[in-house]
Design a protein around this ligand. Structure first.
Ligand code: FAD
Length: 376
């Protein structure tokens, strides 16, 4: 097979891109350093189909999330991917948070998210007897999805279309050739190396995407491409099935790097609390959960779930957000860029694809296909 398009990384985004590109292009290759797809951030998240509520107006995050939300529900229904449109409550636990809810409602409307409904304390009690809140916003289009089944769907669609998935293959660098193509250097687990050339490079390497861009010769500090890792831990909450039926989020605090410790349900109705957000200055990939964080999770969650007890919380799992900001920096948007202006025509870098990357994955894939079609 002549390789025309090389996708680096088989997380949910790389796989969505592969499924989309292989509909119309031959020679699509997906390289993955692990022995299977979805072994990193794409299987370490809340599995929430976001509505597009909070992201900055006109940002890629907002636009691709709102579009991705609609595409994802359609895909789930057509392809029988397990999901549930369970809805989400953003709860105000004190009076002064009610004004913030009104601002969020208006912001979501501007982003084009499905309309949010303001609920009174009585309406909340009727919907969720275990929640204590004086007001809440209800988002009907927020839901949950089986992320692994989604990835399996993208992978099998890509392979049926003729794309080739190559696991156990780490891209060490990408080098510009003189003929408008790129030389992709790879390393196998036994230390052997190889290289091949490709016209298009789509960098979907998640936590390593900035390093891949740097290996091409892009100055990632000057371009604002350097990633910063923020760990997010989860604790499971040992409660009876049906304890909550919706996703429950606190009102986000100013300068938030996450959405606050929220309560999510999965498709088997297990309840998880989290994630928190801890900056990892040394870029360590450490997925352990510190049991000592139990108290702070408990304090955060019992503001809206007053009936829970500390010993119902158990360390569950962690994921790492590939963010473009350090502590104190303003929030950043996704980078999805065709790099002709930097001297790398045919390279598409996707960097800082944190939340809502899972939700946005089908819309991101379409966006990448459009960038490639525009370039010709
Ligand atoms: C705690 C947490 C909660 C989240 N919750 C949600 C949520 O509820 N809803 C939502 O929409 N989003 C959520 N997200 C965001 C979402 O998980 C990510 O945006 C999404 O998974 C990113 O997918 P990706 O394919 O870009 O990255 P990844 O899943 O990280 O995939 C990148 C792939 O590239 C591979 N790779 C890296 N370097 C190389 C190399 N050199 N050579 C070959 N392969 C390489 C990796 O092994 C990996 O498989 C959350 C994220 C976190 C951390």
């Amino acid at each position: 097979m002549e390789i025309t398009s090389t996708i680096i990384g088989a997380g949910v985004v790389g796989l969505a891109v592969a499924a989309e590109l292989s509909r119309t292009r031959k020679g699509v290759l997906i390289l993955e350093r692990h022995d299977s797809f979805g072994q990193e951030t794409s299987s370490r998240n809340s599995e929430v189909i976001h509505a597009g509520i909070y992201y900055a107006k006109d940002s890629k995050k907002a636009r691709l999330c709102v579009e991705g939300n609609r595409l994802l529900y359609r895909l789930c229904e057509q392809s029988r991917i397990p999901h549930r449109r369970c809805g989400k409550l953003i709860v105000a636990t004190q009076k002064d948070e009610e004004a913030i809810l009104a601002t969020i409602q208006e912001h979501a409307r501007e982003n084009g998210a499905e309309a949010l409904e303001m609920l009174s304390a009585r309406q909340i009690k009727a919907m969720e007897p275990n929640i204590k809140a004086c007001a809440a916003l209800f988002s009907p289009s927020t839901g949950i999805i089986h992320s692994h089944r989604l990835m399996r769907h993208y992978a099998s669609r890509a392979q049926k279309n003729g794309a080739q998935f190559v696991p156990n293959t780490t891209v060490s660098r990408v080098e510009k050739q003189g003929d408008g193509r790129y030389r992709v250097h790879v390393v196998y687990p036994d230390g052997q190396t190889d290289a091949f050339s490709s016209r298009w490079i789509v960098n979907c390497a998640g936590l390593e995407s900035d390093r891949i861009a740097a290996s091409m010769g892009i100055d990632i500090d000057r371009c604002g491409y350097r990633l910063h890792y923020w760990k997010g831990e989860y604790f499971s909450l040992d409660v009876p099935r049906g304890f909550i039926g919706h996703l429950v989020y606190p009102v986000p605090q100013a300068n938030h790097v996450g959405l606050g410790v929220h309560a999510t349900i999965d498709l088997s109705d297990r309840v998880k609390l989290g994630p928190n957000a801890t900056y990892q200055p040394d870029r360590n990939i450490d997925y352990s959960v510190n049991p000592q964080d139990r108290q702070s999770f408990y304090e955060a969650a019992r503001r809206y779930l007053p009936g829970i007890a500390l010993d119902q919380l158990q360390p569950e799992m962690a994921g790492i957000r590939p963010k473009l900001q350090k502590p104190g920096d303003p929030a950043r948007d996704f980078i999805i860029a065709e790099e002709t202006s930097k001297g790398f025509p045919g390279v598409i870098n996707l960097i800082g694809i944190e939340s809502p990357g899972l939700t946005a994955s089908p819309a991101i894939a379409r966006h990448v296909a459009t960038l490639m079609a525009e370039r010709g």
